[in-house]
Design a binder for this molecule. Structure first.
Ligand code: CAA
Ligand code: NAP
Length: 248
């Protein structure tokens, strides 16, 4: 059997990089898709994945732009074959309380975090369904489950991602395609490093395991959901949050 092709958006980010590495170690051809024209960031990424360089390839994508996603998927499929695994890990924050939030800060976060999931899924779901196999994992957030002060935009987008996940999961369940979300808690990446230090320390103090999550602790869950024999898990949301939010 040919190796399955996995597309990871936000692929050179903190979580994305580890997800790419885990999927590559599981025998996938991995496309790390992220904003282009950033030679320094790409160089760092290339160093990080050096030992897996034969299995991980960079392609530029802007998930906020539907036509750009269509173009990127066509390019990737032309070079590597049909996308059978899609991980949506591209995301941004524009934290501020609602009373100060500019319409642009609302739109950007919704367009990239939630609109991006539509833009990529819409471009791969038909081919996955026709081929009778697909794995889609959307990286949501604990803050979509609890709401977070200063994140009306982000919490709305991340909660919306899970609604999308459940609806699409129903549409493609009989076609061999699973759609799940993973909701990380606070992890050690640039996104969390950008939180003011005093606020970040308060957050860490509220995490039962007493530390930030490691990107690899999220990546291994994504890899598990992408396995061929994970076909009975669909429409689920898997929390990976160090006990920060417990639900049943
Ligand atoms: N709960 C209750 N009150 C809070 C608060 C909180 N968490 N944070 C701030 N406040 C209070 C302040 O004490 C202050 O009160 P007073 O007016 O009485 O002094 C007031 O709210 C400040 O309100 P402002 O509108 O002026 O807010 P600000 O400009 O100071 O900034 C903020 C607020 C930008 C949201 C800042 O608190 C912040 O960055 N918080 C972190 C948000 C966060 O967790 N982001 C996560 C980013 S990482 C990520 O998103 C990954 C993931 O999925 C987990
Ligand atoms: P990160 O390091 O900032 O990675 C996100 C990546 O997505 C970055 O490379 C970013 O580029 C890229 N990106 C931004 N806009 C894009 C666009 N329009 N098109 C394509 N790529 C784009 O953040 P992370 O911590 O790895 O987060 C990955 C995902 O997990 C996000 O969806 C985030 O919301 C979610 N998440 C993170 C945490 C956490 O604690 N870290 C917790 C829960 C959920 P730039 O760097 O240029 O923006």
């Amino acid at each position: 059997m040919n190796k399955r092709v996995a597309l990871v958006t936000g692929g050179i980010g903190g979580l994305g990089t580890e997800i790419c590495k885990h999927l590559a170690r599981s025998g996938r051809i991995v496309i790390a898709a992220d904003l282009g024209s950033r030679s320094e960031r790409q160089a760092e990424f290339n160093l990080d994945i050096a030992e897996l360089a034969a299995h991980i390839f960079f392609e530029p994508i802007n998930v906020g732009d539907f036509d750009a996603c269509t173009h990127a998927v066509k390019t990737i499929e032309g070079k590597y074959g049909p996308v059978e695994i899609l991980v949506n890990a591209a995301g941004i924050t524009r934290d501020t309380t609602l009373r100060k939030m500019a319409p642009q800060q609302w739109r950007e976060v919704l367009d990239i975090n939630l609109g991006g999931v539509f833009n990529t899924c819409r471009n791969v779901v038909e081919s996955m369904s026709d081929r009778g196999f697909g794995r889609i994992v959307n990286i949501s957030s604990v803050n979509g489950q609890t709401g977070q002060f200063g994140q009306t935009n982000y919490s709305a987008a991340k909660a919306g991602m899970h609604g999308f996940t459940m609806a699409l999961a129903r549409e493609v369940a009989r076609k061999g395609v699973t759609v799940n979300s993973v909701s990380p808690g606070y992890c050690r990446t640039a996104m969390v490093a950008a939180i003011p230090e005093n606020v970040r320390n308060q957050i860490i103090a509220g995490i039962p395991v007493g530390r930030l999550g490691e990107p690899s602790e999220v990546a291994r869950v994504v890899d598990f959901l992408c396995a061929d024999d994970s076909g009975f898990i669909t429409g689920a949301n898997i929390p990976v949050n160090g006990g920060y939010f417990m639900d049943f």
